[in-house]
Write a protein of this length. Structure first.
Length: 453
């Protein structure tokens, strides 16, 4: 899939308290880079738009291999009809990823000798996706305890909705009918059958795919009503030998969503780190996330982003418009929403907050069978606090300055650099001596021997 390219031209102005770090409430800054899902070799992505008991679930397709071998089995709470299933646009998931990704921002120190009024002005944002045979088959299916509740085609997919009485029969049925599911599925199918859940089963219709003109399989989107607000992840663990990453974008008219059967914790955020990390932000974020994952004993869901979707600050991608939100499964939009108005070039105002009544929560779960023995259970809350995984580069003033304030400013830089180095080492578990060497090579002031520790 081609990554959707977004061009954003926007100038933001933030009021912050002077000093080393911006205040917690001042998100702002000059957007530099984002930690999107391209950092991971394979990360599953789902979009869940939910209001009351109604859910629209969009499943991104990261299948790699021959399309003839593709098969997906998803437990669902009810029997779905054709009208409840559709093929979604791949660009919608790319847009949500870009909008909510953890981000790197930078500030530039002012001239310490200049007379200023406590306003730090960041630069403009840079440019930042039934015959006899059939009757025989039905009898054989009944012997296995499997019933085909519905059968239809959507786009390039052949869809079945199955119910089953026991997991062994379902596993046998799937194998007999050409679904290449991994060995060991029986044990993981059993709990869903006990809960009387149905099974959404899809494989590729090769003829339709060949004439579709698409190079990759598109996401599948299903709509259903159920009091259960959950995401089945256990089937994805069959024969998994390493940790798996899941990014869930949860859209709600209320506020933040959280996992209820595991702890939900925020990723570290707002930290000032050395400026050389600008060239290594992807490596930094992966190491920082892994360090946090281990620190939390590998059994939490991480909150990476939470925001009203009518605005962003700073923007790593512009907010989704109402048509895009509908494509993402949002079904509760107002009848005549105003949409997000474009910002005139050179304007100092922030993106307008639009009353589209959509709040996004981005949750990142890294899971294994031993640490996540249960499927993910969610709830939405009334908490509308904004949060983002955000990391700050603070560039020193490099111009000529000869006043007493400048001398004091320069004396404080070494202490500041050392604090940045220690913060980076703590976040990533990188060797602090390597960090200090890189900081020196990037033109930052050298540390005296008694400061190195």
């Amino acid at each position: 899939m081609k990554q959707l390219k977004l061009l954003i031209s926007l100038l933001l102005t933030c009021v912050v308290i002077l000093g080393f770090a911006p205040t917690a409430s001042a998100f702002c800054g000059f957007y530099v880079a984002k930690a999107d899902t391209k950092l991971y070799n394979k990360a599953s992505q789902v979009v869940i738009a939910r209001d009351e008991n109604k859910t629209v679930l969009t499943m991104a397709n990261d299948f790699q291999g021959e399309v003839k071998d593709f098969a997906i089995v998803v437990p669902v709470p009810t029997v779905l009809q054709k009208e409840q299933v559709r093929v979604a646009k791949p660009s919608i998931i790319e847009r949500l990823d870009a909008f909510s990704a953890p981000r790197l921002v930078e500030y530039f120190d002012s001239d310490p000798c200049a007379d200023y009024d406590n306003i730090r002005r960041p630069l403009p944002m840079a440019a930042p996706r039934a015959g006899v045979q059939q009757l025989s088959e039905m009898a054989r299916d009944r012997n296995l305890g499997v019933t085909v509740e519905a059968r239809f085609n959507v786009g390039e997919y052949d869809i079945l909705i199955l119910s089953a009485k026991e997991s062994g029969g379902l596993e046998t049925w799937l194998n007999r009918n050409g679904y290449k599911i991994p060995r060991g599925a029986k044990a993981l199918l059993k709990p869903y059958i006990r809960q009387n859940m149905k099974f959404f089963v899809a494989k590729v219709n090769l003829d339709k795919f060949a004439t579709s003109g698409y190079q990759n399989l598109r996401p599948l989107q299903i709509a259903y009503e159920s009091p259960k607000f959950m995401l089945p992840i256990r089937l994805g663990m069959i024969n998994a030998t390493t940790e798996q990453d899941l990014i869930a974008y949860i859209l709600s008219p209320k506020g933040q969503a959280e996992v209820t059967n595991y702890r939900t914790v925020k990723v570290p955020s707002g930290n000032n780190i050395p400026v050389y990390v600008k060239q290594e932000f992807g490596d930094f974020y992966k190491s920082m996330f892994q360090t946090s994952y281990l620190k939390e004993d590998r059994k939490v869901a991480f909150l990476e982003y939470a925001w009203d979707m009518g605005s962003c600050d700073p923007c790593s991608a512009e907010p989704l418009n109402n048509e895009e939100l509908k494509d993402a499964g949002v079904f509760w939009l107002e009848k005549n929403p105003s949409g997000v108005a474009p910002i005139p070039p050179g304007s100092f105002r922030r993106p307008p907050i639009v009353s589209n009544n959509v709040f996004i929560t981005r949750l990142h779960v890294r899971y294994t069978r031993d640490k996540f023995p249960e499927d993910l259970m969610f709830q939405t809350t009334a908490n509308t606090e904004n949060f983002q995984g955000r990391y700050v580069l603070q560039h020193p003033f490099t111009g000529e300055a000869k006043c007493s304030a400048a001398r004091e400013y320069k004396r404080g830089l070494n202490k500041r650099y050392e604090q940045e180095a220690q913060t980076l080492a703590k976040l990533t578990n990188w060797n602090i001596q390597d960090i200090r060497r890189k900081m020196k090579l990037n033109g930052q002031a050298a540390l005296s021997w008694w400061q190195r520790g």
